[in-house]
Design a protein around this ligand. Sequence first.
Ligand code: COA
Ligand code: ZN
Length: 305
Amino acid sequence: MSAKRVYINDVTARDGFQIEKAWIPTDDKITLIDALSATGLAKIEATSFTSPKAIPNLADAGEVMTGITRAPDVDYVALIPNEKGVERALSVGTDELNFVMSASDSHGRANLRMTADQSLERFARMTEMAGNQARVNASISTAFGCPFEGIVPADRVLEIVARVADMGIDGVTLCDTTGVANPVQVAALCEAVAERHPALDLTLHPHDTRGMGLANALAAWQVGVTRFDAALGGLGGCPYAPGASGNICTEDLVHMFECMGVDTGCDLDALLAASETLPGLIGHDTPGQVVKAGKADRRYPMPQV
Ligand code: COA
Ligand code: ZN
């Protein structure tokens, strides 16, 4: 059941940078994405085409998408909340449009000024607009719990996934926006989605807010999930979800899978080198662990006695 190959979508430049208060210069974003393009990642979520008032740090989305040097084997993704975002993303040749909505209406209103029903109505129009110009994925925020409402019933998420599948959307991402999911819950929901919709590409988007992020990724892998979102250094978080903090850390996830003999396609040393540039870029330390501790096979000098 568990796959020997997994696929990682690095969301540093989108989820990671959307919550950073200080402006990150466009050239620095492009340099980081170009470095990531050479690390073997399956996808890179490069930006979001959202309102610059809502997400000021990603106001340069178009410039980023046109400024990067695209590797042929990487899909470049952008997060999109509405029709205007689709237009902007298609105009710069984005490979995959990642539509975003919330499973809970209160987070949907805070983040997007939309309920789940309103988002789904827009998704139908947005999917038509995309046609065959780009792949389409739907990210469902607060799929495992909401900072305003608490429990989000699994049935509600399954109903949303069913409506997304009916629209002909290629994939769905279950997002643990504020890191409340536990491994048993993750395994159960991922299994239920995969069982009902075998043709839908299923991705898990864990946050590590409560230290359960890698355990959740592992639990999903154990029930057959092969696609994961993660951010370099464990950056990230939704500015409209109180208490949100970083994604699972890309290089820590790759390190875990590689130690287990699971192929990520990624060059861990290259990811670590890219992660080391982050503090200079954002002006603060990151929660990433392997970048500080070194890889598990690290050898220290023998004590001199
Ligand atoms: N790109 C750029 N600008 C956009 C836009 C888009 N995709 N969608 C709307 N706008 C602009 C409108 O042109 C308008 O500009 P104006 O004030 O200069 O006329 C303004 O934003 C308001 O438009 P409106 O359609 O009324 O949007 P809203 O104020 O209801 O906001 C969203 C809705 C979805 C655009 C906004 O909440 C948003 O971008 N949220 C993203 C949140 C996010 O990314 N969170 C983190 C990821 S989980
Ligand atoms: Zn996120």
